[in-house]
Design a protein around this ligand. Structure first.
Ligand code: ZN
Length: 251
């Protein structure tokens, strides 16, 4: 139930008052936020976020620090009924603005090392691990199962952790030549094979989008590329392309 602050004057709130403006703004932010915060990266510019946040930030300046929950504003609106504020919507608008800013900061952090694309899935950031050309998907290849996604690029191209986690392997590996494996919060693992160099150590915590290694041509590899695998908690290897797409990242 929105709480209206009105002056001593008992006149009804005019329909064109600030309360109407704020409610409209909050609605606009929700609509913009749904399309903006789930898909952001250099290839997918976020056109509306700054514009959507601006009016909320402006409105937020009128709210004293510490106002939240269901508490009404102090009578800052003054005695003039025309400046009545729909506090419920105002607080909600600020909360939405704060939530958008928080989610944007998660995405900014995920993109900070140069990852090409980031998205939020639930409350966690995911990134595209490397720029390049997909040369092989998971599936049958050469009479056996290829259990990863191959993305080709030149040696030294940075590779970014697809999500935050802890490094559980970093070093030589048969077949992969050199690899890094990151275990994520849900127990799944991302595997980065044929890398040229690793920049992380076993036990190290990495964040989504952190640069962890670089494209190489080590092991059983016919050209510089990243071989990415996603392994679930039961050890089953998932299709990395599907797994990434489900989390907002396209290849
Ligand atoms: Zn491969």
């Amino acid at each position: 139930m929105p709480f209206r602050v009105t002056g001593g004057n008992a006149a009804p709130v005019p329909p064109a008052g600030k309360g109407v403006l704020v409610a409209f703004t909050a609605g606009a932010v929700i609509a913009a936020g749904e399309s903006v915060v789930t898909r952001i990266g250099p290839e997918l510019p976020a056109p509306a976020l700054a514009a959507a946040l601006a009016p909320v930030a402006t409105i937020g300046l009128e709210i004293p620090a510490g106002v939240g929950g269901d508490q009404p504003l102090p009578l800052a609106a003054g005695p003039d009924a025309r400046s009545a504020i729909d506090v419920g919507n105002l607080v909600k608008a600020v909360e939405i603005g704060e939530e958008l800013a928080r989610r944007q900061s998660l995405l900014d952090a995920a993109l900070a090392d140069g990852a090409p694309q980031a998205a939020l899935f639930g409350d966690r950031a995911f990134v595209q691990p490397v720029v390049g050309r997909v040369t092989s998907q998971a599936g049958p290849r050469w009479g056996r199962q290829h259990e990863g996604l191959d993305v080709a690029n030149r040696i030294g191209t940075p590779i970014f952790a697809v999500a935050g986690g802890v490094v559980v392997e970093s070093g030589p590996a048969s077949g992969f030549g050199l690899w890094v494996v990151v275990e994520h919060a849900d127990g799944s693992r991302s595997v980065y094979g044929h890398i040229n160099r690793t920049f992380v150590e076993v036990g190290q915590e990495v964040s989504a989008g952190e640069r962890i290694d670089e494209v190489g041509n080590r092991g059983f590899s016919t050209g510089p590329h990243l071989h990415l695998e996603i392994v679930d908690t039961s050890g089953e290897k998932l299709d990395p392309t599907d797994w990434l797409r489900d989390r907002g990242i396209e290849y």
